[in-house]
Design a protein around this ligand. Sequence first.
Ligand code: HEC
Length: 191
Amino acid sequence: MKNALTLAAAAAFLASASAFAQAPDEMQRAKEFMQKSKAMMKPELREKADALPPEIQQFLFKVAVKHTRRSDTLTMRQVMQELLADYQAVAGAIATDNGELAADAARRLAHHRLPRGGMLPYLALDKINAKDLGVLPAMEEAVEGGAMKLAAAAEKGDMAAAARHFGDVTAGCVACHAHFRGQPGVSARLK
Ligand code: HEC
């Protein structure tokens, strides 16, 4: 037991040390991604993005630092398709007691790609304000925090706990879609 604790402490130290070593580079890349994204925005969006308060800007920066896979071409819908594929992989793995697959897919989900231009271009213009975007940290915690807890539980073989965290992840998908998305694919050619 004592050995296991020492090993865990050493692993944690190594993880934090390497995160530290990478940090300046990743911060720089995230900063470039944010600047490039802003430069792509048409004026109506750019104005709203620039007017966001510092706490929202900081949250968006934190997201850009954490998500090191940043696409130059993919739309948010395409990123969401990838999220869905990982989400379904997690569901199947939990149901079939495959903790390793569940953990891998959940971590991938938590570190999903960022779409071209970041997230803001894909949200309705009237949602680009402090109040509406203020809900994002809670949704991120449900989806990405939940996925990381799910991964840890699944790796320990505690599939019941993984299933509970899967519920939190799902609640995060649901809440964000309810807030920012509405029903997809509604036809303008129906009365
Ligand atoms: C930050 C808010 C947010 C979270 C969290 C979120 N989504 Fe989405 N999702 C969106 C938005 C916004 C769209 C619509 C994007 C568009 O149409 O440009 C969308 C669209 C989708 C689509 C539709 C793609 C299509 O082809 O129409 C799928 C599938 C999807 N999300 C899956 C998920 C899953 C699974 C989760 C949870 C693991 C999730 N989303 C979490 C905001 C979110």
